[in-house]
Design a protein around this ligand. Sequence first.
Ligand code: MN3
Length: 207
Amino acid sequence: MSNYKIPELNYSYDALEPHIDAKTMEIHHSKHHNTYVGGLNSVLESADSNLQSKSLEELLASINELPDSVQPDINFHGGGTDNHNIFWTNMSPNGGGEPGGSLLDEINRCFGDFASFKEKFTGQATKLRGSGWNWLVCNPKNNNLEIQSMSNQTSPRTLNLVPLLGIDVWEHAYYLNYQNRRPEYIKAWWNVVDWDNVQSRLDKDDC
Ligand code: MN3
């Protein structure tokens, strides 16, 4: 029996203001994320027990081997569940600034320097068409960091990439406060990025 739940946040809904407003955080977490979690529970309820026993990460990594009857829903709702789990922890009221340590070393190695990385990431997040996410990922095949835009709720894990830092650029992530001004939202989001969390994801996966 699968019983995924939205996570508790490590901060209050208004903690990321003025960069991300409380109302957007509340609706995004308690309504939007909750809908993906509910959709995932629903599709797993009717799925084979061998799928129910897999972790969400395992389901996403093996998305292409899943039966057609559940594959699209696990891609969408499972991806939406996992992506938002990462998104909340990628942000902190004490965030912003620049990374250090091995994360900065890897960014410098793969993108030249932090400013070049930030410019490239911002550009891709801005240009992403329609709804989706822009990610900093690690590619375990070559141990390089890459920037990947993903449509809708498709998870980087479905491409066997390790998600490190993601920005949700669905309109529900910013429209209440920024309306159509996605570039302003992206600029503000950098002020709440929790680089310690990104570093811990890099360390954990030893990528
Ligand atoms: Mn969202």
